[in-house]
Design a protein around this ligand. Sequence first.
Ligand code: HXC
Length: 262
Amino acid sequence: APATYENLRLSAPKPGVGLITLHRPRALNALSSALFSELNTALKDYDSDSTIGAIVLTGSEKAFAAGADIKEMKDLSFSQAYNTDFIASWSSTIPHIRKPIIAAVNGVALGGGCELALMADIIYCSSNATFGQPEIKLGIIPGAGGSQRLTRAVGKSKAMELILTGRNFSGTEAGEWGVAARVFDSAEECVNGAVDTAGKIAGLSRVAVKAAKEVVNKSQDAPLREGLEFERKVFHGLFGSQDQKIGMSAFIDKKKPEWSHE
Ligand code: HXC
């Protein structure tokens, strides 16, 4: 793994928290292939780093990300897009990251930027953030999950309106619609809020947190009966973990649990 990245800044603002800041300021964090490849590497590294319990992904105050890189896509032919399975790298890694990812969205999160935020487990944003799927205005459609994840998040009618017109929506709207879990007054508060939440999650049982993420995600693509059965199996499995014994003993002994980090 590279110690330094061209398009990312990495830091550890709190014990257990890995903060990834997209840093391609001249292009408003447009998601070039190079940037996305670095992002995948950084996420994989944090996922396998035992000191990290949760990840925060953010951009700048102006831009979370202004979308896929239009300059890279402009001359792409169908056969190039098809043969290289263009954009497949966007889903090669993030869906397999097992630690929670919180997106702290400030400024624009447009097109692929909005889709990247929707790939996170939790979205926090500032009230004046700008979300949107403007692809229709470029003669294309969302290609990294926007038509599916946004629709699950806001319902069909609203998703259709947004995707068919390409109109933006604000951070305030994202909060009202449940796209964002929390809305903050400023970019700084948003990032701090995400880091705080990530820190809290990082202080919990690692194995239980992974299991919780896995079962909630199951709800997004499984029929209810299958999801419920999956939840119960995973729930049963946790009785084989040290942390279940540690957590319940600590409750009964009126102590703070010292998680195993197994
Ligand atoms: C490449 C981009 C870019 C993008 C901005 N830039 N967005 N480059 N791809 N998506 C570049 C500009 O070309 C410009 O570079 C510099 O960043 C600053 O942008 P400006 O437009 O000058 O800034 P501003 O006037 O403040 O406007 C901000 C903006 C606008 C409203 C966000 O940049 C914009 O509309 N961007 C495109 C948004 C969009 O359509 N996104 C969807 C992309 S399609 P120069 O060199 O001129 O200084 C997509 C498909 C995803 O995401 C499908 C599968 C992944």
